[in-house]
Design a protein around this ligand. Structure first.
Ligand code: AMP
Ligand code: ZN
Length: 482
């Protein structure tokens, strides 16, 4: 496939070090609160990327960390550990917070059909490895101790800003708003590998180390976790665009310094989901979560569809109106699929091959998921039998994961149940697929027919009490919940 590489600033043919196998790493969530749907845009996109690579025939080893220590309020090593902020907010221990929000994250992922990576590693589970790499970096002269902390010395690198063509000053940590300069740093971009001292005292989790009792910096976890489970060479590293600097920049610095060779071939960054009023952010306490979508009656997969309609290298604006449009289109698509017949027949292999090649080319062009969705409509419109169509939709859905055939089957079932509950004399009841209500409506009709109007009114009141409104129509009745 062709994929934009943030490290080379161009779209290039994706290549792996070992033919047929992808070593893939994804920056995981910081588990101090619920993931917002912006975070989940990144994970949906990375999920499609992984599935597309598998669809192309690659074997993929996908590794992800869980940040449960060391990610401070500012990415530039200042402020309080986000985990501690969460623990204090909820009056729980840091480990309880980590467990709760890790589970919540994977529950959201399951609702969005995001597959769990092959390896998921919480940072707190690998402290010995971090200490070993930090010691190695000191030994090689790439790191120094100052004021009780261990820092990476960025002046030792030939090239530090890997991803940005912009003015280096704009990116410099010290000049970013709200970030105080740390007097221990020899160079403005040096970053902490191991803390024993920071501005706040009461870090909850600490470990013994050669430099004193403390805790790791945020960036070291991803380098170490990847080296442990992906090996010394990484083919593909993913994250949201905000991770590019300083997080990924620092990951490259420390990994290559430690390993002594180039580390990762391809960098994939997902641009942000924003609202009309700006960036969605976990720390601002915005509550745009999967739970909120569900509360408002949206199918989480309608949100996945919404994300797939856009390109990952463009910011995506979230509004309820935009989501409504996507949810409507998704529902229409499911309805069209539900209308396909179940008849058996021979698959039109020739046409299937052509349509599949188109899907591979289109999605393989820098993960163009909206073209992937267009391919679904192409299948529905194609002059081939429904067996062929169903087969192709199931095939493309291995990548898009919109549960197309399952949703279509569920819709058919629901409509069949709703369609008609017939009484003995052909009287039909249409409603919301609740047999108990259907039965009451039928009883009411029977009472009316027997001219037992008191009973008919009693049943109507009983239905009303359950929030059900009944309207008589020729030959039957229709009910709905109000
Ligand atoms: P965090 O839990 O803050 O470590 O972030 C988890 C992932 O979500 C990272 O890959 C971030 O880059 C990504 N991310 C954060 N905010 C957004 C956003 N508004 N849109 C898309 N991705 C985001
Ligand atoms: Zn990371």
């Amino acid at each position: 496939m062709y994929l934009y590489n943030s490290a080379t600033h161009k779209k290039e043919e994706f290549k792996t070090r070992t033919p047929g196998r992808v070593e893939m790493y994804t920056c995981g969530p910081t588990v101090y609160g619920y993931a917002h749907i912006g975070n989940l845009r990144s994970y949906i996109t990375e999920d499609v990327l992984e599935k597309f690579l598998r669809y192309e025939g690659y074997e993929v080893n996908r590794v992800m960390n869980i940040t449960d220590v060391g990610h401070l309020a500012s990415d530039a090593d200042t402020g309080e550990d986000k985990m501690l902020t969460g623990a204090r907010r909820e009056n729980k221990s840091v480990m309880d917070i980590a467990k709760f929000y890790t589970d919540a994250f994977f529950a959201d992922c399951a609702k969005l059909n995001i597959k769990t990576p092959d390896v998921v590693q919480p940072a707190t589970g690998l402290i010995d490895e971090f200490i070993q790499v930090v010691s190695g970096l000191i030994g090689k002269g790439y790191a120094y101790e100052a004021g009780g902390n261990v820092y990476f010395d960025t002046s030792k690198l030939g090239r530090y800003y890997v991803f940005n063509d912009h003015n280096e000053e704009d990116l410099a940590v010290a000049v970013r708003e709200g970030v105080e300069e740390d007097a221990n740093k020899r160079n403005k971009n040096d970053f902490v590998l191991w803390f024993t001292k920071s501005k706040f005292e009461d870090q909850a989790l600490k470990w013994d180390s050669p430099w004193g009792v403390g805790y790791p910096g945020w960036h070291i976890e991803c380098s170490c976790i990847s080296m442990k489970y992906n090996g010394e060479y990484l083919d593909l590293h993913c994250g949201g665009i905000d991770n590019a600097f300083p997080h990924h920049t620092n990951e490259i610095a420390q990994s290559e310094a430690y390993l002594g060779h180039p580390w990762c071939g391809h960098w994939f960054h997902v641009h942000h989901l924003n609202t009309n009023s700006g960036k969605i952010s976990k720390s601002k306490g915005t509550k745009l979560t999967v739970a909120l979508l569900e509360e408002k009656g949206y199918d989480p997969l309608a949100y996945r569809f919404f994300c797939l309609q856009s390109h990952y290298r463009k910011g995506l604006v979230f509004s309820w109106e935009n989501l409504d449009n996507a949810a409507g289109a998704y529902q229409k698509l499911i309805r069209r699929i539900a209308a396909l017949t179940d008849t058996e027949g021979a698959v039109d292999e020739e046409a299937a091959k052509r349509l599949k090649e188109k899907f591979l080319t289109q999605v393989g062009n820098d993960l163009n998921t909206s073209m992937g969705i267009t391919c679904l409509y192409d299948v529905l419109k194609a002059p081939v039998n429904d067996v062929t169509k169903r087969g192709l939709l199931a095939s493309f859905d291995q990548v898009l994961s919109l549960s197309l055939l399952e949703k279509a089957a569920a819709l058919r079932e629901k409509e069949a149940a709703q369609a008609k509950t017939a009484g003995a004399d052909g009287f039909t009841v249409q409603g919301g697929g609740d047999p108990a209500i259907d039965a009451l409506v039928l009883e009411r009709a029977a009472a009316k027919k027997a001219k037992n109007f008191a009973e008919a009114d009693r049943i109507r009141d009983e239905l009303k009490a359950q929030g059900v409104e009944v309207t008589d129509v020729p030959g039957g009745a229709v009910w709905k919940r109000v």
